[in-house]
Design a protein around this ligand. Structure first.
Ligand SMILES: C[S@@+](CC[C@H](N)C(=O)[O-])C[C@H]1O[C@@H](n2cnc3c(N)ncnc32)[C@H](O)[C@@H]1O
Length: 470
């Protein structure tokens, strides 16, 4: 594999053919740049950019695939680009690196013809940098395109420093995340599933929907979820159209999130007049499901969310349910002190690293650091203490994260059980979740908690632990 030894000021390169950049590639590049430069969230920015560019549905789908695919496999593409360019990626102009990543994705992971991928990338390079950069991009991508993805995988693996580095490179996850996932799987005696998990994280998630129980029905032509009774994927129809037509009574929601909320609401029969609290409710997906379940069972619900803009989203989500749900904007860590022993059931869907939702937030893996874990675990502990204080004796608490990191999951719960051992006990969450699921889940590890996985359950990696206050 021949590195490109040019300086990046490629006066010597053959002049690439002039091309008009195809708009979906321009949109993808704009989003990649915004993600890199201003920490934008691809899932929020992409729809706006697609609308602004007036892309057709086909072009919008291409822009989405290019953006998400490039962000997911960025770690692998960077290794390839390093070899092809003969220099580490941190010595490549960042705007040109965006173009190279997007080009490498087209060459190695799509059916885009190689000449189109290279020419379009050269066109994009022209829009972002100096004229000299176009020759560099042309040379590097021609080298990338000279080998198949399998050959690149072999080469990248051959150069890896150790096995964690190999997995990190091939599956495009930072090493610390590879190690965190391994630890969590080993904790369940399933360490051998690591590569399947890493691979599943690089697969686009299905758009999963929920028909809020008692308020909407799963459409006849839909495919019901395997596990969550109100969950489904759309048959032939457009999921977004379905959501709009149902005015919020049908919503987009991952199956794992549905199971987490249902674990709390269906763990035992609801006594009318029960008071429920969703302590960290924004943006309100689980709050809407809790509200529907509360309405059906005659319970009351309070939602709380610290961030006012997110509290607004909770109000919007709750508008679909004809139940009066107050939305507080309190710091959840003080709710226990201000409202002691006030609630029969509490959902603590804690702020977390989100490492369990990397399929849908592709850039998150490059942003999070181990330091985020330690900051979040302190907050998770404080929120859990507050939730325990706010729970009535006999009440039930669901501690939930969309992260499988042991420090954010089993360690937080074990620590709380130790500190509140006089009043708090673990429920057999696995039995409860199996009891409500439409089909038996393949669960492993300590049955006091449930860890869902993208590779095993095709859900986000949600963690659910039910705790009872004596
Ligand atoms: C994982 S999200 C909750 C997701 C939500 N349950 C849903 O299903 O849509 C965690 C939320 O906690 C909020 N949060 C962070 N710190 C908080 C605090 N101290 N008190 C209350 N909410 C907080 C965040 O703003 C975020 O909206």
């Amino acid at each position: 594999m021949t590195p490109q030894n040019r300086s990046g000021h490629a006066g010597r390169a053959a002049r690439p053919q002039q091309t008009r950049v195809q708009p979906s590639r321009q949109v993808a590049l704009d989003v990649l740049q915004a993600v890199r430069e201003s920490d934008a969230y691809a899932n929020l920015l992409l729809p706006t950019r697609i609308a602004r560019a007036g892309l057709s549905p086909a072009d919008a789908a291409l822009a989405t695939e290019l953006t998400y695919g490039t962000l997911r496999l960025q770690g692998f593409y960077d290794r390839v680009i390093t070899i092809a360019a003969g220099r580490p990626v941190d010595r490549i102009d960042p705007p040109l690196l965006d173009v190279l990543r997007l080009g490498a994705h087209q060459l190695l992971s799509t059916r885009v013809a190689a000449h189109a991928a290279v020419n379009e990338s050269v066109g994009l390079a022209r829009t972002v940098g100096s004229r000299s950069g176009t020759g560099f991009v042309n040379g590097v991508l021609r080298e990338v395109g000279r080998h198949t993805v399998e050959e690149w995988r072999d080469e990248v693996a051959r150069r890896a420093k150790n096995d964690d580095d190999r997995l990190s490179a091939l599956y495009s996850h930072p090493v610390w995340i590879v190690r965190a996932f391994r630890r969590s799987l080993e904790n369940e005696g399933r360490g051998e599933e690591l590569e399947s998990l890493l691979e599943a994280d690089n697969t686009a998630p299905r758009v999963n929907l929920i028909a809020l129980p008692g308020l909407a029905e799963i459409p006849d032509d839909a495919r019901p979820d395997r596990f969550s009774p109100p969950g489904f994927t759309a048959g032939g129809g457009d999921p977004q159209g379905m959501v709009e037509a149902a005015e919020g009574r049908i919503r987009v929601q991952d199956e794992g999130s549905q199971l987490a909320a249902l674990a709390l609401t269906r763990a035992q029969a609801v006594t009318p007049g029960e008071r429920w609290l969703d302590l960290c409710a924004g943006p309100g997906g689980k709050a809407a499901l809790l509200a529907a379940e509360a309405l059906a069972g005659g319970a009351e619900l309070v939602a709380n969310e610290l961030v006012p803009a997110r509290a607004q989203l909770v109000r919007r989500a709750l508008a679909a349910v004809p139940l009066d749900v107050p939305v507080w904007e309190l710091d959840g860590t003080v709710v226990g002190r201000e409202h002691p022993e006030s609630f029969d059931r509490i959902l603590l869907d804690a702020p977390c690293t989100g490492l369990g939702a990397l399929r849908r937030r592709p850039e998150a893996r490059w942003r999070k650091t181990p330091r985020d874990v330690s900051e979040l675990t302190a907050l998770q502990t404080a929120l859990l203490d507050s939730a325990v204080a706010a729970l009535k004796p006999g009440g039930l608490l669901a501690y939930v994260t969309c992260s499988p990191h042991v420090a954010e999951t089993r360690a937080i719960v074990a620590d709380a059980l130790k500190r509140h051992g006089d009043v708090l006990e673990a429920e057999e969450t696995a039995t409860i979740v199996q009891g409500l699921a439409a089909e038996r889940l393949d669960l492993a590890g300590d049955p006091a908690a449930v860890q869902l996985w993208p590779h095993r359950h095709v859900t986000d990696a949600m963690f659910i632990a039910l705790l009872r206050k004596r």
